[in-house]
Design a protein around this ligand. Structure first.
Ligand SMILES: N=CN[C@@H](CCC(=O)O)C(=O)O
Ligand SMILES: [Zn+2]
Length: 380
């Protein structure tokens, strides 16, 4: 049993209802990686080891509940064309699928490790990773094995798009049959890109069939919904008890009503709208209706090639009109709830001692200093 005292914390955000907001001049003690004491530095107990942060702010390590980190290839040319006016349709996913199928395990592992390290260097301590750039049984299985080397939050996204040249019904049968059977043991979650407006993704009936099959195989559910236009994704996610529906850019009043009071988190991905120059989701409408909101990077080579949760916080404040406190909560506790985790996203007693240390006097600097690398992860 090793105890570790972290002291010299100028501001400490815990999300602990015992405290009335952030603590000033605080300390924290972890025992074997779990928070066992939090309070004023003036009352700090002795411990086996000690780290003095010299007045830095500390917030819970960021929880990024939506990434597509296992891939090969590069779509900078597609990005450049989009900035010149070509809209995003999802068609570029096939480019990444071809590069990913051709890549070796070692190449994919090296790229994945570099992206995870990049995320940690910006304060992320829990990360979800999806498959979805294989779209055949062997490659989807391979991507989930690799994802499982870096996180327990692995998501089977065989239903990302229908591969070009494949019959839709045949592909849904493959995803719900042999692909699900091979991938379910390697995944905690299943996800579907439900977007009838995109000819390459799945409509409501197809998405329902895939999600029901995945649930029967023991997987928790997540949905990419309402990204490119209105659609059935949000209603389906709520009806099937999905942990999260992600994007939520085009919502009807009935979608917001369905989310409010449901167990489904609305995960917003403002880096996608930034990088695709698209309209942002209406976060205020969701928050004001009482919907639980999370923020994620959606890091992927097509719509947002960023691992930076601080950037998502800055965009949420500047573009989605969330308060800094709302954005920080969505990037920590919201993400934890989107992954149905109660051990991360906060620093209450019993939490994992996963911290984001900020080279700043307080958490507002996450939004106040966009693009400046002030956050880093510290796991005790
Ligand atoms: N929308 C679907 N999937 C990704 C994009 C994947 C890609 O374009 O490569 C997303 O979440 O934005
Ligand atoms: Zn995504």
């Amino acid at each position: 049993m090793t105890s570790h005292l972290v002291t010299g914390i100028g501001e400490l955000v815990t999300h602990d209802p015992r405290f009335d907001g952030p603590l000033r001049d605080a300390a924290l003690v972890a025992q074997d990686g779990v928070v066992v004491w939090v309070g004023p530095a003036s009352a700090q107990p002795a411990a086996d080891a000690r780290t003095d942060l010299g007045g830095a702010a500390v917030v819970p390590g960021f929880v990024d509940p939506h990434t597509h980190l296992v891939f090969a290839g590069d779509r900078a040319a597609e990005f450049e064309a989009r900035m010149a006016g070509t809209p995003y349709t999802g068609g570029g996913i096939a480019t990444t699928v071809a590069a990913t199928r051709a890549a070796s395990d070692d190449d994919l592992r090296r790229r994945l490790a570099a992206l995870v390290a990049e995320a940690r260097a910006q304060g992320t301590t829990t990360i979800e990773v999806k498959s979805g750039y294989g779209l055949d049984v062997g490659t989807e299985e391979r991507l989930l094995r690799l994802a499982g080397e870096v996180t327990t939050e692995t998501t089977f996204l065989g239903a990302h798009v229908v591969p070009p040249g494949t019959d839709r019904a045949d592909y849904v049968a493959l995803v719900t049959g042999p692909m699900l059977a091979a991938c379910a043991p390697l995944a905690r979650w299943a996800d579907v890109f439900c977007e009838p407006a995109s000819r390459v993704a799945f409509d409501g009936d197809e998405a329902r069939e895939i999600l029901v099959a995945a649930r029967s195989a023991g997987l928790g559910l997540r949905v990419h919904g309402n990204q490119l236009g209105p659609g059935p994704g949000v209603q389906l996610a709520v009806e099937l008890g999905a942990a999260s529906v992600d994007h939520c850019t085009y919502l009807a009043d009935a979608d917001v009503d369905a989310l409010a009071g449901s167990g489904t988190v609305a995960t917003l991905l403002p880096g996608v709208e930034f990088s695709t120059r698209s309209p942002y989701p209406d976060a205020r409408r969701l928050l004001d209706a009482g919907v639980e909101v999370a923020l994620a990077t959606d890091c992927n080579p097509g719509t947002c090639f960023s691992t930076s949760m601080p950037l998502m916080i800055a965009l949420a404040v500047r573009e989605l009109r969330m308060t800094v406190a709302e954005a920080l909560r969505a990037a920590t506790l919201g993400g934890a709830h989107a992954l149905r985790r109660d051990d991360v996203g906060h620093l209450r007693l019993g939490a994992r001692a996963d911290l984001a240390v900020l080279d700043a006097p307080d958490h507002r600097h996450l939004a106040y200093r966009p693009g400046v690398p002030i956050a880093r992860a510290l796991s005790l």
